[in-house]
Ligand binder design. Sequence first.
Ligand code: DC
Length: 230
Amino acid sequence: MKKKEIPYPVITIDGTTASGKSTVAQEIAKALGFTYFNTGALYRAVTWRILSLGYDVHDEEKVVEACSRLKLRCAIQKIDSFYKATVILDERVPDEKTDLRSAEVNAAVSIVASYARIREWLLPFQRELAYQTPLVVEGRDMGSVVFPESPYKFFLDAQLEEREKRREKQGEKDDVEKRDRLDQSRSSAPLLCPADAVRLDTTKLSIEKVVDKILDVLWKKGLPITKSKA
Ligand code: DC
């Protein structure tokens, strides 16, 4: 099906777990005045709610059925100096650290995200935001499936050891390798680097360097690098 044309620029940042996507995407959003949207938080919020309602995430039918009853919406909020899309589920805003990044959610989110019907359900939510504001979106299938028409695609990766170190430093219990394996091997919208994306290895690069490189590519691609209002 042909996708409806989006009126604003969308910068897609995909990549492996702990490759630096979130920090980099937020810095790019701040620099451009675009809205930051972490789509991992969407999959995490759904997983958190399903777990807190007592469902077994391995039971695909029940998970899909439970999701059909969830009330999901996104709100664009100004937090500190930038705009961020926040996920609201059944009128609750899950806490970033204690709810969305708990060890239980870390272990279950890739299973929920592997269900094609869950991905189909979440696709319009993600595209909808792009009709309201310029976006920097972060995830696994932003450039390949959700916004394939974007001319501004990036893919971040880093050596496994470095990514594991980063997660540990953040004090999180997270099996980075297992999650990547699940994300890469699922049949629906697997994690991959789109052919037309700029690939960056962040193993030895500082956040500032990665941000500079991305802004440079955007400028060369003709994106007007000026502050715009979300
Ligand atoms: O970026 P993150 O680690 O918060 O993402 C959590 C999980 O959500 C990730 O392991 C896979 C899934 N995800 C996805 O399948 N597609 C996206 N666009 C974003 C996240």
